[in-house]
Design a protein around this ligand. Sequence first.
Ligand SMILES: [Zn+2]
Length: 199
Amino acid sequence: MSLLSEIIRLVVSMLVAWLITRLPLVVLPRISIRPLELIDHPNDPEINENLILQILRVRRAYWASIPFGLIPLILGILMIIQSPSSVGFGLIIGSSWVILSRLVPFDLDHLSYFPYSMNLVHELNRIRIEKYPCCAIPKQVWSLDAVKCSECGHILLDHARPDLGRKRSDGVLFGALRIMILDGHAFTEPNSDIFSEEE
Ligand SMILES: [Zn+2]
């Protein structure tokens, strides 16, 4: 067998393992039997109970990558035990890459250790309960770059909006690709001025 075909097998199996481990985040929050009432993507969702429940759902899907990732990992190990194989090696690299990226904190900031940290959920819940008195009737929404009052623009939480598991306006394929590449992280930097339709 030529070296080139071995390399192709290695790369393809790495991609397959990568895909299997990142797919839960794309699929699981969007196939719920009882979908929560949220404003359609890409509009800014209001900070309410449904949004917080939805984030908890997306969070579960995010962590489901680890059990999903164990499938190609174990398969790869079994293949390597049998005989040295580039496919087995690729499966191990691809899945352990995603599993490691889950376990290693993304940021030192306590809200951004992971894209859907419990600290973030608590913070959003606090904003929901203790309405900030910036306007007579404040309306808290999560726009792309921060949680703010849509009436006056007062920033309540400087945290960019990650993917919220809603049906995406950019189509199933492009939407899925974006989520997989960004892996749940927000597309914009917090409170940046860059305008974009991503989330
Ligand atoms: Zn306001």
